[in-house]
Design a protein around this ligand. Structure first.
Ligand code: SF4
Length: 444
């Protein structure tokens, strides 16, 4: 096949940011080997579907997408979390060309080579140093580890993605540096459990720019914080190590943003979930973090209606919410995931009760989130521009992660580019978003 007519691959990426990073890596390799990317099934010689298998709805979506790709193209390779359940994929779609599990770049590329040989010459010289990215140019996900060593009873990620394997510290910092050189202004650090980074490496020493560091989240975060861009940490399991990250946030090295999935506040439910930390101690820790870093934004996720959850335990969760006054909260009604240990627990709740509790939970939290946003009116904050329109632009403050949190809407026509940092004055808020004007000092 000539370089002028390269083989074309269609690619569908489903699921979470961790999966997106896997997709970016496969796409980078495809481009490096001379494959062209197709934005339609019809125009592709082959389609790769990177699937999600986290909850049943994600499995359904993944199977549906594979079906669509088979209908419209016919030559399909499946990878990602659902690929770890090969028999299930084969049962639904016996005609797929090949299946690999998550984080299996070489196996995916092997399947691609077998079914669609590469162009005679690759394009590595033309590739951006940061590789192919699926996010806008000014922010990027930085995956620091694969897999998870925790045993949360409702989750099957460890069986899909295996135990934690941390990436070498110098490889992460090298990637971060090349992302920054290519124009990235915000690094979003992801792993299944970012705070546990390096434990599987026994926190071994590593060198970066001639300096000795240890392979642990505190050293990694501090080094990332020296790159001169926003660094946001995601998926922080509530380990003790979090206490050592907050001073870096207070010192401005990391964004003052803790994405800390807590899942529940009742001791018994947490035990059944095989999760740590009961409410009183967590409230104390939150108060301590806020005392050290008053601008801290706290995001968390919770599951309501877990098997056996009594009304009193649910009320304890609401009481925790009222006391903790978290800024951003996501919540889910418990739904069993095929293969999860929690499925064997007694006391499954009826669907209506789970939904009713979810609504009560969200009613309490929406009021708190709205109050937390309203308290920022009048403040001056730095905002990173995401989208620039004719007479307004949309950005995010330190407290807003892309895709999951709110945004800051700023009126007026401004000569800006996505990725610019601008100081604004917050003038209004609603339940999710902030409204702002460019502050007088920035205008002057
Ligand atoms: S920390 Fe728990 S919920 Fe998160 S991936 Fe690991 S097992 Fe799943």
């Amino acid at each position: 096949m000539s370089e002028r007519n390269p083989p074309r691959v269609g690619f569908v990426s489903l699921g979470c940011p961790k999966n997106l990073v896997d997709s970016e890596r496969i796409l980078t390799q495809l481009r490096a080997e001379g494959y062209a990317l197709s934005d339609s099934y019809a125009g592709a010689d082959l389609v790769i579907v990177n699937t999600c298998g986290f909850i049943d709805a994600a499995v359904d979506e993944s199977l549906e997408t594979i079906g669509e790709a088979l209908n419209d193209n016919g030559r399909v390779i499946v990878t990602g979390c659902l690929g770890a359940r090969e028999a299930e994929v084969r049962a639904a779609h016996p005609d797929v060309l090949g299946i690999t599990g998550p984080h299996a770049y070489e196996a995916v590329m092997g399947l691609v080579h077998q079914t669609l040989p590469p162009a005679a010459e690759g394009f590595s010289g033309l590739l951006p140093a940061a590789g192919v990215k699926l996010t806008p140019r000014h922010y990027a996900y930085l995956k620091i580890a694969e897999g998870c060593d925790q045993k949360c009873s409702f989750c099957i990620i460890p069986s899909l993605r295996g135990p934690q394997r941390s990436r070498p510290l110098d490889a992460i910092l090298g990637e971060a540096e090349s992302l920054v050189q290519s124009g990235v202004r915000e690094l979003l650090v992801v792993a299944q459990d970012s705070a546990d980074y390096g434990r599987d490496l026994k926190h071994r020493p590593a060198f970066w720019q001639g300096r000795p560091l240890r392979s642990r989240i505190q050293d990694l975060a501090a080094a990332l914080g020296e790159l001169g861009v926003w660094v946001r940490l995601h998926y922080i399991y509530p380990h003790q190590s979090v206490d050592e990250l907050v001073p870096l946030m207070a010192a401005g090295r990391l964004l003052p943003y803790l994405d800390l999935p807590l899942q529940h506040a009742d001791r018994e439910i947490l035990r059944a979930m095989r999760r740590p930390a009961a409410a009183e101690r967590m409230l104390e820790r939150i108060a301590g973090w806020r005392a050290q870093c008053p601008d801290l934004t706290l995001r968390s996720t919770f599951i309501v209606g877990f098997p056996g959850e009594t009304e009193a335990q649910f009320e304890a969760l609401l009481a925790f919410l009222r006391a903790a006054r978290l800024d951003r909260v996501g919540a889910f009604a418990y739904s069993p995931v095929q293969g999860a240990a929690a499925n064997a627990l007694p006391g499954a709740l009826p669907e209506e009760l789970k939904q009713e509790r979810l609504e009560r939970f969200m009613a309490v939290q929406s009021e708190i989130s709205a109050e937390r946003l309203a308290a920022r009116i009048g403040r001056r904050e730095i905002v990173l521009a995401d989208e620039v329109h004719a007479d307004y632009w949309i950005g995010r403050s330190a407290g807003d992660a892309p895709e999951i949190d709110g945004v800051v809407v700023v009126d007026g026509a401004w000569e800006l580019d996505p990725g610019d940092f601008v100081e604004v004055e917050i003038t209004g808020s609603d339940a999710h978003d902030l409204f702002a004007r460019v502050s007088d000092e920035a205008e002057a």
